[in-house]
Design a protein around this ligand. Structure first.
Ligand SMILES: C[S@@+](CC[C@H](N)C(=O)[O-])C[C@H]1O[C@@H](n2cnc3c(N)ncnc32)[C@H](O)[C@@H]1O
Length: 1019
């Protein structure tokens, strides 16, 4: 068999743009598939898209199209092609291009070209094999070129095939992509977008449903018009006017229609539980008497007098019987904060008015800034955090343990604190209203999820007696959720009736779960999204939803990846239009999937990764859990209990269990192992190892597998990642028989400026590429390993630098090529015969990396070499003249010469590198008689700081590209020194220069404005 081709991901990646777009994606809320249903630790689509693309296309150095006739790589053309692929990735990762046919088709054509070229090389397809059109699979009688609607493998290889043929080729001839830890579906969705068959599996039924809703259902019904009666009633003319049901727009139209029906129907059934508030004179108060809002009057309510306002939310305080015997067992509030709105100019808060003699208290809403020393931030807490409170009636402390024991024995109660209503431009806050409190208590749900909280979900709430899911909801919330959940089944029946009248595969009566395409399957599909709506409502309708006073908005249940106790909670009005309401969630949900629908139809399975029955020679790209970082199954039960109730009939197979499967879940959760952390970690590592082993055996041999490795900040150090978790993971991948060929740091979190462009900004994850190690891989000695590192790392580093990798990412990325060497051997043997550990290998890789960077110094002028050595020892501080002089001999220069070169200042027996602020403003490389790379770097950084990229470009133009490139190499070297020394401010400067380099260089190549001529060394 011919040698495997290296894929782009094994050589270079435009990390900066991938990271920037991934971080940006986090703030895109409209139309992002993540708004379909919550799932934890989702990967940004941009990162998945880029990783998959680079995993699927050949690196030009491995691509026969970039070889000379003698078989050697044509480096120049390969470099140009790599730059072209980089440009394509940079376009591809932009959110705006997610559905841009020009960009997506270009990416697909490139993937198909590589796949076709490889198949031709292996003889799996012949040049003349028709891959699209009449006689597919046969040989074209007239050769590849005639354009008769038939296209051959050769045409795909030469990029002469149209998009339809390319798509068909990818769907039929390219291997499928499997993500066996599919979660929220980012990887399968992107594989599908790139034209491939996407296979998604997960142990947990919730992500199985999410993946169905992303990659299976939209393509199945893509392009179809809706079936709802309103649409069917339209005349033929009206229907033709609505020209396009592209993607899943028709399906989304139906989800909108039946969803609205559900909402309206629910309002008919339970709307009485959500009354409006009429503003009375009593509420406004006697303004003439005091005119002072704080004293009782509410001038802000006057314009609303007599009007009925819609409630947005009811704010409740949990209460407990006071432990103080003098209070006589009365319930007192447990409030963390009394703030309602901290918005500037719209401040509002609750102030308790206490009558200690009578032993009563009332909540009063105040508008405006707090007065008379009242601090709403204090709530009813003595100070600090934790679960200790103070009795509002006596001032005596309420110990957290007491609250817990009362919670368990009697249960905590709640009392209405304030009512938030819809105003014209903002919220209106009202005192609690007794009738409203009574109405809320009248709710009588017909069903409740009587299932225990388990593990991660149960780490706090059961301490307060909240042991089962139903206890996380108020009776009114349970009533709403049960009603909506019932309505999913009713809506499904209605859809079925309507779909039978429409023209959707009328003879196919199979349900969706059995592969149907007809009316029943369509009704199941609509019901799936309506079921998600119930989940969304649950996320915004539990007594764990807090009130976000800075924004005056609801918080969702899962504002964090946990189910923490919430003392003062907000119960939103599901029928209003504000945050937390049905309508509010509805539109977001529709936008999440209406543009989806790429073919081919994806496949989703519920499978335990360690036990996947049949692999199909897929390409693996995946993102495993990370130890006990997130308790997916435990937390997802919150949604599952409602999804199961709503959709069990649609998916009887994987919604059969009462709760989500736990035992097989690959997380290191000590509670599942009798509290034993070690055993939990071993379970996780062994299970993951088993899964990786199977990928080694079953994944497609032509493509590397890619694995996202997420790690916690806690296990990182400033010199990269150094943790037992990371080393264990690398060792596990190698033990499974893989050679690791790339390790790309992904920094996908939104970060502050200094971190984003600066130093010590450790990646939130690393993407590994790995390929099966040859069965007959040789052994190597430690010496052989080090020699290979020294020989090969320099070239790998050159490629990384020419890809303009940020210095901050260099050490992490260089682990890839280093590990590629380590793990291509069956074993590296130490002198005592023991196998070398991954930890030792990582240390050696770092050492050699440093040496290679230091060797690059040989290319710098002697003054610069002196400056680097000095910088390493003294930084920008002063040092003794004698040391400077001795060093200058070693570097073949002199202190006097360095002073003349403008590198240092020497005075009173001390020598010091000139700081950037001390450099002459009128410096001109053309007239500098002793030009050094050191000065070039420092001046470039200063120009970048002061005048931005244009200023730096002006300077680079004067320096010329050769000098410029060397200056950039120097920036890498100086960054590495700063990183090691912990000089973060200085490191930031060098990192910024490299990051800005492509733009500076581009601007430098343009003719400077106003000159009309090129007066530069670039000519
Ligand atoms: C890190 S998440 C995947 C996130 C996903 N890449 C995304 O972008 O949303 C890991 C997933 O592994 C799943 N999982 C845990 N144990 C599993 C097992 N034994 N078999 C299959 N899936 C498992 C979890 O349910 C979770 O969805």
């Amino acid at each position: 068999m011919t040698q495997r081709r290296k894929k782009l991901i094994e050589v270079a990646l435009p990390l900066k743009e991938i990271n920037a777009q991934s971080a940006r994606e986090k703030s895109i809320r409209h139309g992002h598939p993540s708004t379909l249903h919550l799932w934890w630790a989702r990967r940004p689509l941009a990162a998945c898209r880029a990783v998959l693309f680079a995993q699927l296309v050949d690196d030009p150095s491995s691509d026969p199209a970039y070889r000379r006739p003698d078989g050697t790589v044509d480096e120049e053309r390969a470099g140009i092609k790599r730059a072209e692929l980089f440009n394509l990735i940079e376009e591809l990762v932009k959110w705006e291009n997610s559905n841009n046919p020009r960009v997506i088709n270009a990416a697909r054509a490139e993937i198909a070209r590589c796949a076709a070229s490889r198949k031709l090389e292996l003889g799996e397809l012949k040049k003349k094999t028709i891959i699209y059109g009449r006689d597919e699979g046969k040989e074209h009688p007239d050769g590849p070129l005639p354009n008769d609607g038939r296209f051959t493998a050769w045409q795909v290889n030469c990029r002469l095939a149209p998009a339809t043929a390319v798509n068909h080729f990818l769907q039929t001839y390219a291997p499928p992509v499997l993500d066996p830890f599919a979660g929220g579906g980012s990887i399968p969705l992107e594989a599908q977008r790139l034209g491939l068959r996407a296979h998604a599996s997960d142990l947990n039924p919730v992500p199985v449903l999410i993946n169905k809703a992303l990659i299976e259902i939209p393509p199945k019904f893509a392009g179809l018009p809706p079936v709802n009666p309103e649409w069917q009633k339209k005349s033929r003319e009206e229907k033709t006017l609505q020209s396009s049901w592209q993607g899943a727009r028709g399906l989304a139209g139906d989800v909108r229609w039946y969803g609205r029906w559900m909402r309206d129907e629910a309002e008919k059934r339970i709307g009485h539980l959500y009354p409006k508030v009429k503003i009375t004179q009593k509420m406004v108060g006697d303004l003439s008497a005091c005119g002072d809002a704080q004293a009782g009057g509410r001038p802000d309510l006057k314009p609303w007098l007599g009007q009925e306002l819609t409630v947005i939310a009811w704010l409740w305080a949990r209460t407990v019987a006071s432990p103080d015997p003098s209070v006589g067992g009365k319930h007192v509030p447990l409030v963390r904060s009394f703030w309602l709105s901290k918005k500037k100019g719209k401040e509002a808060y609750v102030q308790p008015v206490v009558d200690r003699e009578k032993g009563t208290y009332e909540f009063k809403v105040r508008v405006g800034k707090p007065k008379d020393g009242f601090d709403p931030d204090k709530g009813t807490k003595p100070s600090g955090h934790g679960s200790n409170f103070e009795c509002i009636l006596s001032g005596s402390p309420i110990d957290g343990n007491y609250i817990k024991s009362m919670g368990k024995s009697e249960g905590l109660q709640s009392r209405l604190m304030a009512v938030v209503c819809e105003g014209v431009r903002g919220r209106i806050y009202l005192n609690p209203i007794e009738e409203m409190e009574l109405t809320a208590r009248k709710a009588n749900p017909l069903w409740k999820p009587e299932f225990d909280l388990i593990g991660k979900s149960a780490d706090q709430l059961p301490l307060y007696g909240m042991k089962q899911y139903w206890q996380l909801f108020t009776p009114r919330q349970l009533t709403a959720l049960t009603t909506f959940s019932d309505l999913v089944a009713e809506a499904r029946k209605k859809v079925l009736k309507d779909a039978k009248k429409a023209d959707i595969h009328p003879n196919d009566d199979r349900p969706l779960n059995e592969g149907g395409n007809g009316p029943q399957a369509y009704a199941d599909a609509v019901a799936t999204y309506l079921g998600f709506l119930v989940s969304q409502v649950a996320n915004h309708q539990s007594s764990l939803c807090g009130w976000n006073s800075p924004n005056a908005q609801m918080r969702s249940t899962f504002a964090r990846q946990a189910l923490p106790m919430v003392w003062d909670f907000a119960e939103s009005n599901v029928f209003c239009d504000s945050s937390g309401s049905f309508n509010n969630m509805f539109e977001r949900l529709l936008k999440a999937f209406e543009t989806l629908g790429n073919r081919p139809i994806g496949k989703t399975f519920q499978q335990d990764v360690t036990n996947i029955a049949a692999y199909n020679n897929e390409i693996i790209s995946t993102d495993p859990p990370y130890y006990d970082n997130i308790g997916y199954a435990d937390l997802s039960d919150f949604f599952y209990v409602w999804l199961r109730r709503s959709l069990r009939e649609v998916y009887p197979d994987f919604l059969s269990t009462m709760l989500t499967p736990k035992a097989e879940e690959l997380i290191a959760s000590p509670y599942r192992h009798g509290g034993d952390r070690k055993k939990a970690a071993e379970f996780f590592e062994a299970g993951l190892g088993k899964a990786i082993h199977r990928w080694r055996e079953h994944s497609h041999p032509d493509y590397p597998a890619t694995i996202f490795y997420a790690f916690k900040q806690a296990e990182t150090t400033s010199s990269g990642t150094a943790s037992t978790g990371w080393e264990t993971f690398l060792a596990g991948v190698i033990d499974a028989g893989f050679t690791i060929t790339a390790t790309w740091p992904m920094r996908t979190e939104k970060q502050g400026r200094s971190v984003a462009i600066g130093t010590n900004a450790l990646a939130s994850s690393v993407v590994l590429a790995c390929v099966p190690r040859a069965e007959d891989a040789p052994l190597a000695t430690r010496r052989e390993f080090i020699t290979a590192l020294k020989q090969e790392l320099a070239e790998a580093l050159r490629l990384l630098q020419s890809g303009n990798i940020a210095p901050v990412d260099l050490a992490q990325a260089a682990i890839g090529p280093g590990m590629a060497i380590f793990s291509r051997y069956a074993k590296v043997v130490e002198s005592d015969g023991s196998p070398m550990t991954v930890r030792t290998a990582l240390t050696l890789i770092n050492q050699v990396l440093d040496e290679v960077l230091a060797e690059q110094e040989g290319e710098f002028d002697s003054d610069t070499r002196w400056a680097v050595a000095w910088f390493e020892q003294f930084g920008m501080d002063e040092g003794p003249y004698g040391v400077a002089e001795t060093l200058s001999k070693a570097k073949n220069t002199s202190v006097q010469g360095l002073v003349e070169a403008g590198v240092v200042a020497s005075q009173g027996g001390k020598v010091k590198l000139l700081g950037r602020e001390e450099l002459p403003d009128d410096w001109d490389p053309a007239t500098d008689a002793r030009l050094t790379e050191w000065e070039a770097v420092q001046h470039l950084i200063r120009a970048l700081d002061r005048q931005g990229e244009t200023g730096a470009a002006d300077l680079l133009r004067k320096l010329g590209s050769d000098y410029g490139e060397r200056a950039r190499d120097l920036a890498y070297r100086l960054y590495a020194i700063c990183e090691r020394k912990g000089w973060s401010g200085e490191a930031l400067a060098y990192n910024s220069l490299v990051i800005a380099w492509p733009e500076i260089s581009k601007l430098a190549h343009q003719t400077p404005a106003g000159t009309g001529e090129q007066r530069t060394l670039f000519e």
